[in-house]
Design a binder for this molecule. Structure first.
Ligand SMILES: NC(=O)c1ccc[n+]([C@@H]2O[C@H](COP(=O)([O-])OP(=O)(O)OC[C@H]3O[C@@H](n4cnc5c(N)ncnc54)[C@H](OP(=O)(O)O)[C@@H]3O)[C@@H](O)[C@H]2O)c1
Length: 280
């Protein structure tokens, strides 16, 4: 990874943190997108200690807010002439329905719209580095879920785990459509399930959900193991040609029928463009 620039979100914790540190140890230069200054600076210091002569950098944004995602994408695009890998990883689960300043449901905004807008904002820099890669962290939590295009903001009913699962279904559908649309550009896009991992995930969800996730973590794998497929998709020669696929344990896996529905993928794309006020 020497000489490569990797942009990653959510590297102040969990699998994103492990992936960033492993990629830095492999020689990559990391550009972090974080929201918390204390955790962000601490991570930058850790990365700097892993690399000699490589200048990692950090940009701050709350990725649940569309204006912030657009701003941070523009900042990064201005600072980085080329980006070899973009890892959309930041994500969260919320026990109660919350609405952002943009009028979006918070899980959908954080877990899906941030991937959609950040990737759009960095598209020219990814193309400038072709062959380049987009790696989207999704989840097997998409299983059993289906998108309701009349209620993408979960206003009719809200159940935290289902809304989370649908946001992860969005990640897989978005990745398929991105891969299809960018075919031939030299930029590939793949998504993945990291496994059930013991991280800070769920700690801030609130209510019984935090309690349940914490209890379940006794059976979870380590962040080191969970980060494996991110690192593989970001760096391995084997994955260089892969495009539009869903991975688990460093191998292509089959997501649900709903996650392979190209009509849904197109509709989600169009709805997301409209909500974000952008055209790819
Ligand atoms: N853990 C699992 O079992 C599991 C399973 C399947 C998929 N995943 C997916 O893996 C990804 C990483 O999760 P994790 O398990 O590593 O969780 P984590 O330890 O909670 O880390 C989440 C990261 O996302 C960042 N983040 C959350 N909301 C943000 C926002 N609004 N703006 C900017 N950054 C934000 C957090 O920043 P702060 O440090 O500021 O909080 C943190 O760096 C997520 O997409 C999740 O859906 C996890």
């Amino acid at each position: 990874m020497r000489g490569k620039t990797v942009v990653i979100t959510g590297a102040t914790s969990g699998i994103g943190q492990v992936a960033a540190e492993k990629l830095a140890a492999m020689g990559a230069r990391l550009v972090l997108v974080a929201r918390d200054k204390t955790r962000g600076e601490a991570e930058l210091t850790r990365l700097q200690a892993l690399s000699s002569g490589v200048n990692h950098s950090i940009h701050y944004a709350d990725l649940s807010r569309m204006a912030e995602v657009k701003r941070v994408a523009a900042e990064i695009a201005a600072a980085e002439p080329r980006i070899d890998v973009l890892i959309n990883n930041a994500g969260a689960l919320f026990s109660t329905r919350q609405v952002t300043a943009d009028g979006l449901e918070l899980t959908f905004a954080t877990n899906h719209m941030s991937y959609f807008i950040l990737t759009h904002g960095l598209r020219d820099r990814l193309r400038a580095a072709a062959p380049a890669r987009v790696v989207n962290v999704a989840s097997d939590a998409h299983k059993g879920e289906k998108l309701d295009f009349d209620d993408l903001q979960s206003a009719k009913s809200y159940r935290g785990l289902h809304v989370y699962g649908r946001s992860k279904l969005c990640n897989i559908l978005y990745t398929r459509e991105l891969a299809r649309r960018w075919e031939g550009s030299g930029v590939t896009a793949n998504s993945l399930h990291p496994g059930f991992v013991s991280t800070r995930f769920g700690d801030q969800s609130g209510g019984m959900l935090s309690f349940a996730v914490r209890a379940a973590k006794a059976f979870a794998i380590s962040p080191e193991k969970g980060a494996g497929t991110i690192i593989y998709l970001a760096s391995s020669d084997d994955a260089a040609q892969a495009n539009g696929l869903y991975y688990y344990k460093c191998r292509p896996a089959t997501p649900t029928k709903e996650a392979q529905d190209d009509d849904s993928a197109r509709r989600l794309w169009q709805a997301s463009e409209k909500l974000a006020g952008i055209a790819y």
